[in-house]
Design a protein around this ligand. Structure first.
Ligand SMILES: Nc1nc2c(ncn2[C@@H]2O[C@H](COP(=O)(O)OP(=O)(O)OP(=O)(O)O)[C@@H](O)[C@H]2O)c(=O)[nH]1
Length: 298
C-alpha cells in the first residue's frame, strides 16, 4: 500500500533547513547561503523511496512564528491537504533555546502535529556536553516524538531521521509522480534563464513556441560542481535548426550565456548540457503542458 508523509522543515533562520532539504533529496534545489533568510518562499522537495513518498517543505526562517504558524503550516502543505503529518524542527547543537524557537514550539503544540527535533551541525561538535544541554532544554519545553543529532553537511543522521518519521506516514496514493523531485523554485529559475537566452538570441525567428525542461540537476559529491541537463523543446524541425545554428554555434552561445548566469545564481560551477527536441503542437496538448510544468492555476 502506498504511503505519504507531508513534513514541514521549520526552525529559526540559518540553522540549516535548506541544507537539510538538499541533503535529504541528494539534489540541490534549495538555495543555501550563510546569510539568514535565504529561503524566500516555501520549497517543496519530493522523495519517493519504496512505497513511501515524502513531501518535504522547506520554509523561510521564522521570525514571528506565533501569529503565522497555523496559517503557514496549512498553506505550506498545499491545497490538496489541510495539514502536515509531522514537523522537523531544526536547531543547532550550540547555544540556548531562543525566544523564536519557544514561540515556534507553542505554535506546533497548538497545531497538534508530531515533531522530531533535528539537532544540526554536529560535524562541528567537539564534545557532547553542549549538545546534551541543548537537547534537555528542548525536551523540557515539548514532548518530541524523537530527537536526532544530524549534520546536513556530512549526511550523518539522515537514515535515523527518516526512520523516526516513518510512524507518521498515512496510507494513500502518492500525490506526485514518483520521479518528482521538487515543485521547485531553483529548477524553474534555471529554466527561465535558459529561456531568456533563447529569446534574446533568436528574437523573432523563434516565436514563443519553445519551452525548457530541466531534466537533471545534481550537485557532485564533492560539492564543487553542479551538472544540469536541459532540453529545449520547439515546435518545428526548422526551429530546431535555427536554435542549434551552424555547426552548433547558436546553441553553444545560448548555453554559455545561460551557464554564466546559472553559476552566478547558484554560486557553484555548472556543467550545462542542452538538447533540442521537436514536439509538434506541444502548446495544445494538456499532457505535455503539464509535463513542462504549466499548471492550471498559473
Ligand atoms: N558545519 C555545518 N554547517 C551547516 C550545516 N548545515 C548548514 N550549515 C551552514 O549553515 C548556513 C545556513 O544554512 P541554510 O541551509 O541556508 O539555513 P536555513 O535554515 O535554510 O536558513 P534560512 O534560509 O535563513 O532560513 C550555511 O552557511 C550552511 O552551509 C551542517 O550540518 N554543518
Amino acid at each position: 500500500m502506498p504511503k505519504n508523509l507531508f513534513v514541514s522543515i521549520v526552525g529559526r533562520p540559518n540553522v540549516g533547513k535548506s541544507s537539510l532539504l538538499n541533503r535529504l533529496l541528494g539534489e540541490k534545489i534549495a538555495i543555501v547561503s550563510d546569510k539568514p533568510q535565504t529561503t524566500r518562499n516555501r520549497i517543496t522537495g519530493v522523495l519517493t523511496e519504496g512505497e513511501t513518498q515524502y513531501v518535504l517543505i522547506d520554509t523561510p526562517g521564522l521570525h514571528k512564528p506565533k501569529s503565522k504558524l497555523g496559517k503557514f503550516m496549512v498553506k505550506q502543505a498545499g491545497d490538496s491537504v489541510s495539514d502536515v503529518d509531522a514537523v522537523i524542527l531544526v536547531t543547532e547543537w550550540e547555544g540556548p533555546v531562543t525566544g523564536a524557537e519557544r514561540e515556534l514550539l507553542e505554535g506546533i503544540e497548538r497545531c497538534g502535529v508530531p515533531a522530531v527535533l533535528a539537532v544540526n551541525k554536529i560535524d562541528t561538535l567537539a564534545e557532547k556536553t553542549g549538545m546534551l544541554q541543548k537537547i534537555s532544554a528542548f525536551a523540557a519545553l515539548f514532548e518530541f516524538a524523537a530527537v536526532v543529532p544530524i549534520s546536513a553537511r556530512t549526511g550523518e543522521g539522515m537514515d535515523e531521521l527518516f526512520h523516526e518519521l516513518d510512524p507518521f506516514c498515512t496510507e494513500g496514493e502518492h500525490f506526485f509522480p514518483d520521479d518528482t523531485l521538487t515543485d521547485q523554485p531553483e529548477r524553474a529559475v534555471v529554466a527561465e534563464i535558459l529561456r531568456e537566452k533563447l529569446l534574446r538570441n533568436l528574437r523573432d525567428e523563434i516565436p514563443h513556441g519553445t519551452a525548457v525542461l530541466i531534466e537533471r540537476m545534481r550537485e557532485r559529491e564533492d560539492g564543487k560542481m553542479i551538472d544540469i541537463d536541459a532540453t529545449i523543446v520547439c515546435e518545428r524541425e526548422s526551429h530546431k535548426g535555427i536554435i542549434i545554428g551552424k555547426r552548433g554555434a547558436m546553441l553553444k552561445k545560448i548555453a554559455t550565456e545561460a551557464r554564466l548566469d546559472i553559476e552566478r545564481f547558484l554560486d557553484i560551477p555548472c556543467n550545462l548540457q542542452c538538447w533540442v527536441k521537436v514536439r509538434e503542437g506541444w502548446r495544445d496538448s494538456d499532457t505535455q503542458l503539464k509535463n513542462f510544468g504549466f499548471r492550471e492555476d498559473s
